[in-house]
Design a protein around this ligand. Sequence first.
Ligand SMILES: [Mn+2]
Length: 335
Amino acid sequence: MNAPGSDESLPGPGPVDPAGAARVLRAARDVLVVGHVRPDADAAGSAIALATALRRAGVPVTVSFGGPEPVPVSLGALDPDGLVVPSSEAPAAPELLVSCDVSSAQRLGDLADRLDTAGSSLAIDHHASFTGFATRHLVDPAAPATVLLIRAVLTELGAELDPVLSRALFAGLYTDTGGFRWGGSDALRLGAELVDAGAEPRGLMRELTGTRPFGWLAAQAAVLAGARLEPSAAGGAGLVWAAVDVATATRFRDQTATVVGQLLATAGDGVAALLTETDQHMWSVSLRGNGSPDLSRVATALGGGGHAAAAGFERDGTREELLALLRAELDSASG
Ligand SMILES: [Mn+2]
């Protein structure tokens, strides 16, 4: 019989189930929990919920997100206990690195070096494009959000849902399912459980996405006025794209994410792309579609990843160079 916490009691490298992940987490004495760079609500909510439960279980834990970009201010609403530290303050060599909603090592940003310095790593993710970068992984591409996998791990850890955990999980669930448009009855059941445990959707979503500076109206109008429709792209399904220049992106850092949804609403059965210039000739591209062509395949070919209907990548170059690459990959994925 193995002593509690000894390595012999832990699952081996490779895939683990939620119970196996919980055993790895419970045995750890120094944990760094991270999400992907420029975290969305699924990455941030997953990381904060898991870290909150671990801290309550007496496991020393820090949360961080890879820089150089700061964490979107609005996600502070999910972190009332102040668990998140800047990546410059994240432990240099944690015993255990846990990544939430991270499909590839690149998506760890400047925290990717922790894969080498940490004692071991555990990835919890739902991307079809997950690359298998961690020592152990709990990955289910059928899960509509990483927070559903986190919920299963919390159950194994014996964590009781309360308003802090529920708000963090609900934020990820709501946003990654497109407001429960997909994810089916599992997502709705978890949503009901979280509301019963104290997630209050109206106030929460207003804190996360519902407020904008007044100046965003004019900036958004300019971005949308520059949108272009290319009917013959994506094998004839069409492409609607718009670009956010670096000045607008810097000024309205947290506010641009919803624009790609507006583009998609006009794309019919085609694809929407929002190209955001995060730095001179450095682009972050969000892709949205209807499941076909497979945007995960398109984004992966261009250095990113994601899901069939929602994916993204980051790349340097001119806007025209990126569009040319995108058109070519969309055609090849549509063929
Ligand atoms: Mn996600």
